[in-house]
Design a protein around this ligand. Structure first.
Ligand code: LMR
Length: 396
């Protein structure tokens, strides 16, 4: 059986961390994976999480199986966060939420569900998109296409190209959209552009699948989640995957969710019943700890306020790093214009570095980035930025 099996390629993102972990250089920097590090280069344990864990430790509840769809308190809190507690979809019980194994797990559950009920639809992802989007939907059995998104010349969105593509997709096509902090480019749509996208998606009967892995890293929780609410108000089937990996710094706990908005409460209950079958045949039911932590924070007013404060702190520090990155590159590489980095949103910068430059950074300086030139600005800090800038100036 195994003799004919070929070596699979390294994962384009997590494979970088494997290389980074094996690197013995004490000055190494991992700008590859999307993880927020504090100014000391450490992944923070948020105070709101610490406090929620202390509450849970006091209760020390037995670890029985959760329901297939996850912890009820978690699903409710997520649904209210994603759609708004006072939204029509929540009030009319047209929304369903299942706890998932991170944002990736949510995408997988959504993809498997769609493959079961819309197997002839094709999936459209942005060009470029998070590397795993294509792989996830292809492995669920879909043909995956790209719609134009990033314009390297303007370092912004090729909105006319994107809209034209949406206008020619067959009805029922599944369109993967990044709700905020586009991964990998950091280039987001404006409110007005979203209005046009929502209009076309609705008119043409496309199925929007919003991936929201970075809520709170753009402009704030409310502002970043606004587009989800706008899609929900427009009616029609809507898929939303969200993740607390970054916003709660709970990467390894794998806490995410898939939410779906349906037309009626009765339709929603049928959808939920089928989602449960998908979960059951993937991993049976989700783990307890991460979901309990997030549910506790979201349902406890002081902890929720603390979370918002801590999330704002991460957002502000990333912005400061963007400013410093641009300022220092102006000094060290004045022939190159990096002002666009300040406009990009979220954890990433699509830096424009080529694959050869990325390889040189890795081989000469133990600075790791994605081959596409995506760097994680959230991994820069006041101690490593000088090294990073010197190295980038050299490869430029
Ligand atoms: C990333 O894009 O780096 C993150 O979403 C982590 C991952 O799973 O790829």
């Amino acid at each position: 059986l195994f003799s004919a099996i070929e070596m699979a390629p390294r994962d384009p993102i997590l494979g970088i961390t494997e290389g980074f972990n094996a690197d013995k250089n004490p000055a190494k920097v991992n700008l590859g994976v999307g993880v927020y590090y504090d100014d000391n280069g450490k992944v923070p344990l948020l105070e709101c999480v610490r406090k929620a864990e202390a509450i849970l430790m006091e209760k020390l509840a037995p670890r029985t199986y959760l329901p297939i769809e996850g912890l009820a308190a978690y699903d409710k809190a997520v649904q209210e966060l994603v759609f708004g507690a006072d939204s029509a979809v929540v009030q009319e019980k047209r929304a369903v939420t299942v706890q998932a194994i991170g944002g990736t797990g949510a995408l997988k559950i959504g993809a498997d569900f769609l493959q079961r009920f819309s197997p002839n639809s094709q999936v459209w992802i942005s060009d470029p998109s998070w590397e795993n989007h294509r792989a996830l939907f292809e492995s669920a059995g879909f043909v995956v296409n790209n719609y134009p998104y990033y314009d390297a010349a303007t370092r912004g969105v090729n909105f006319a190209g994107m809209l034209d593509a949406l206008k020619t997709m067959p009805s029922g096509s599944i369109v993967l959209l990044h709700a905020c902090c586009h991964n990998p480019t950091g280039a987001d749509l404006t409110d007005d552009q979203w209005t046009q996208v929502i209009e076309v998606v609705t008119q043409r009967g496309l199925v929007p699948f919003l991936d929201m892995a970075y809520q709170g890293f753009g402009d704030g929780i409310e502002a970043d989640g606004k587009v989800v609410r706008r899609f929900a108000e427009a009616g029609g089937a809507l898929f939303v995957s969200n993740s607390f990996s970054k916003s709660f710094s709970l990467y390894g706990e794998r806490v995410g969710a898939l939410s779906i908005a349906a037309a009626t409460a009765e339709e929603a209950s049928r959808v939920l019943s089928q989602l449960k079958r998908v979960v059951r045949t993937n991993y049976s039911n989700p783990p307890t700890h991460g979901g309990q932590v997030v549910a506790t924070v979201l349902a406890t007013p002081e902890l929720r306020a603390l979370w918002e404060e801590e999330l704002a702190g991460m957002r502000v520090r990333i912005r400061e790093m963007r400013q410093l990155f641009v300022k220092q590159l102006k000094e060290k590489a004045p022939a190159h214009d990096f002002d666009f980095v300040i406009k990009q949103r979220g954890m990433f910068s699509y830096s424009g570095l080529t694959k050869v430059q990325v390889e040189a950074l890795r081989d000469n300086n133990s600075i790791y980035a994605v081959d596409t030139g995506r760097i994680c600005v959230a991994a820069l800090n006041s101690k490593n930025i000088d090294n990073v800038i010197d190295a980038i100036a050299k490869v430029l």
